[in-house]
Design a protein around this ligand. Structure first.
Ligand code: NAP
Ligand code: ZN
Length: 354
């Protein structure tokens, strides 16, 4: 049995539990989890907030996982015991459809993307997949990433979801020199967005509802920080952005941000609140040929590209390291926007519990 922290229902706190992991198959990598980041998606899932994707209990969240390999299957070539390894939001996909063939496994055309937790467990070791709030994990090598030993490993964990979820749309919509990019929300995703947009060479502006985060926004790489509740500050940026990436975890009015896009500009929604945003004013789209788009994490090849990009530039997350026993309090602090800027669980702590 593997030690884990699980929620027994949408109202339960996370508590120690034992879970089953499958035996290591020929293509599998097994590793001890050293660190696991805490994403707002963990909270949405534990609390069963996404009606389109009901939570199966017990639920073991965690999809920003870094660890050290303990065992590999006979056909595994890219990892050996002792190597560092990482897993993000996916652990399987069909592998044969056009999206999988392009390494866009998160958009598997056969609906075959298996997410790291609360996904259908194709190996039937358990009713659903169990994530990284646990001692160890077994994953097909195709979904295991390499991380650089040069980087702080705990601060690397959030790259596996927060990092790639911002890197992928920044690249897809061409963020770089000469482009003006807005990042909405300075939480786990948003702070990686500011760092990565700046590193890609774009003129980067942070939008926050928290005046206390203005100085941090600039330190992280934003040339300008706008308190989005201040209409006067917002007016200064009308019709000026090529791209805005919205990471906010709650439903809100999109119009004030849409009107900041240039003609042909795009706002990409990556935040996934429990309730939909109110429909924006259509003329805000029509009269400037603006787009609203969505984007989901990133494929495996792009995740490795992002990890290598970050290793070359020494980019990691700003984290607060916590023991797993502090997870319920951490959730409450995330919900209040009180985290700078990602909690990461030191998984040594789970070996002292249960
Ligand atoms: P987070 O750390 O809680 O950050 C969210 C930020 O949104 C807050 O720090 C806050 O920033 C801003 N915000 C403004 N009003 C808010 C409100 N009423 N309630 C909550 N936040 C508010 O969350 P995260 O881990 O970055 O995740 C953000 C969202 O992205 C979640 O919905 C998550 O499920 C989703 N997500 C999507 C993907 C994907 O693939 N598309 C991947 C991972 C996560 P300010 O204080 O600066 O305003
Ligand atoms: Zn996540």
């Amino acid at each position: 049995m593997t030690r884990a922290f699980a929620a027994a229902s949408s109202q339960s706190p996370l508590a120690p539990a034992n879970i089953a992991r499958r035996e290591v198959g020929p293509n599998d990598v097994e590793f001890d989890i050293l660190y696991c980041g805490v994403c707002h998606s963990d909270i949405h899932t534990v609390r069963n907030e996404w009606s389109a994707w009901p939570t199966v209990y017990p639920c073991v969240p965690g999809h920003e996982i870094v660890g050290r390999v303990t065992k590999v299957g006979s056909k595994v070539t890219a990892f050996k015991p002792g190597d560092l390894a990482a897993v993000g939001c996916m652990v399987d996909s069909c592998g044969t459809c056009p999206s999988c063939k392009e390494s866009l496994e998160q958009y598997c055309d056969n609906g075959g993307t298996v997410f790291t937790y609360n996904g259908p467990d194709s190996h039937n070791a358990a009713p659903v997949t169990y994530g990284g709030y646990s001692d160890k994990i077994v994953v097909n090598e195709k979904f295991v990433l390499h991380v650089s030993p040069k980087l702080d490993l705990a601060a690397t964990a959030p790259l596996l979801c927060a990092g790639i979820t911002l890197y992928s749309p920044l690249k897809h919509w061409g963020a770089g020199p000469g482009k003006k990019v807005g990042i909405v929300g300075l939480g786990g995703l948003g702070h990686m967005g500011v760092k990565l947009s700046h590193a890609l060479g774009a003129q980067t502006v942070l939008f926050t509802t928290s005046p206390s985060k203005v100085a941090d926004g600039k330190r992280l790489g934003a040339g300008d920080v706008v308190v989005s509740t201040n209409a006067e500050e917002m007016q200064k940026h009308l019709r000026s952005f090529d791209l805005i990436i919205n990471t906010v975890a709650a439903s809100h009015d999109l119009d004030p941000f849409l009107s900041l896009l240039k003609r042909d500009g795009t706002m990409v929604l990556v935040g996934a609140p429990a309730h939909p945003h109110p429909s924006p004013t259509l003329f805000n789209l029509i009269l400037a040929r603006r787009s609203i788009a969505g984007s989901g994490i990133g494929g495996i090849a792009e995740t490795q590209e992002m990890l290598d990009f970050c290793a070359e530039r020494n980019i990691v997350s700003d984290i607060e390291l916590i023991p797993i026993q502090g997870i319920n309090e951490a959730y409450e602090r995330i919900l209040k926007g009180d985290v700078k800027y990602r909690f990461v669980i030191d998984m040594q702590s789970i070996r002292k519990s249960v």
